[in-house]
Design a protein around this ligand. Sequence first.
Ligand code: 5CA
Ligand code: ZN
Length: 451
Amino acid sequence: MRSWSAPVVPELPDRGGEVRLASTVGLPPASPPEPQEPGARRLYVCGITPYDATHLGHAATYVGYDLLVRAWLDTGVDVRYVQNVTDVDDPLLDRARETGVDWVELAAEQTELFRSDMTALRVVPPTDYVGAVESVPLVVEAVSRMLASGAAYRVPADDALDAASPGDVYADLSADPGFGSVSGMSREEMLTAFGERGGDPERPGKKDALDPLLWRVARADEPAWDGAELGEGRPGWHIECACIAATHLGLPIDVQGGGSDLLFPHHEMSESHLRVLTDRPGAVRLHAHGGMVGYEGTKMSKSLGNLVLVSRLVAAGEEPAAVRLALLAGHYAADREYSDGVLASAKERLATWRAAVAAASPAPAAEGGESGVPAGPEGLAAGAPTERDVLDGVRAALRDDLDSPRALEVVDEWAAAVLAAAATTGGEPGRVPGALVRDTVDALLGVDLSV
Ligand code: 5CA
Ligand code: ZN
């Protein structure tokens, strides 16, 4: 499926260092182990289910991983990045039914809205952007193999459209001794989370309440595709991401991402499917999860309807760069609350940074110097951060578990020093060209200060 257009990422001097990420699986912060392909990194981030896109929780997740992509690019490696679109699943079909729209149209329109929001937020697009619908043949092949090897079984579906249907297919978790290693949850916790997040612990006929759906045979008023020996039907959710990742990214995945609401069951089940299908442990080298963004006291979610949409903020005249800065003010892995105040602070910060870049730029008539040529740090107080300090400081903050709040502080300090210097020279430029700071903020933080 079509991705979105890529922002220009300026080249920076030298190279950034390896990024250490705190794994959600309880390991200390670490660089992902040496990549499978030297010089390349593989990232899979779970994409949207296309309805109610793009709220600030989604945006925070994709902007968070965008920091990783940009930090990796800054080290000089190739980044292979795959993201999916769950363009057929129960919540999407339910929403289409409730609102009387065609589910295909709803998915297409919301995916397009997501693309334009990601473009506005200057998120580097994935190398492969892949839908569930276009991946049905991959899922059919994988589920058929799991059935053949005894890692999956059929459960009769009394309400199947075709009375002769072979039934739905479920994964047999007992075939995977590694199950549970991702979340580390107790069975009790798993059962609760499974029931809350798209699972069906009560479904009669399953061998284990936690066994997840792999293939759902056709029902009345539900879309279905040719499943060969599986019968007409549609893919389960976790196997969708497992197949897309294995095929489009290749294994092992260096980093598997998504919001923390996906830790269980989604990432636990997806990795289990990958283990069973490839017969090897370690399909995912590092799980990192984004924190949940809340609004008015609760997690922002489609089902609760407490949504702040990127497109609505932009339509109301807010600049996407300010929205992005608002998201970067929190650490990607921390649960956080969005409020109008967070956006107001981000707007102020953006204006300050822009004023500092403008003040720092050499005057057009600077002695014989061409515009953009360093003119020396005259006017800055002793000990004030240089532009190179900003580059080094932002790099260091991002290397350390993508610490964007600290990265913003580094730029804040520089901006404050430049503006103070400009004030003491009566508004004259501090004669420190802002180009390196502008490029640093653009390349590593994705915020364009030039407009
Ligand atoms: N299609 C699946 C993943 S395969 C899905 O979870 N879709 S989603 O549209 O519900 O969410 C898209 C991404 O945004 C996921 O990575 C999810 O973890 C993240 N997300 C959803 N709500 C929030 C929130 N309130 N705060 C932060 N991230 C969120
Ligand atoms: Zn997923």
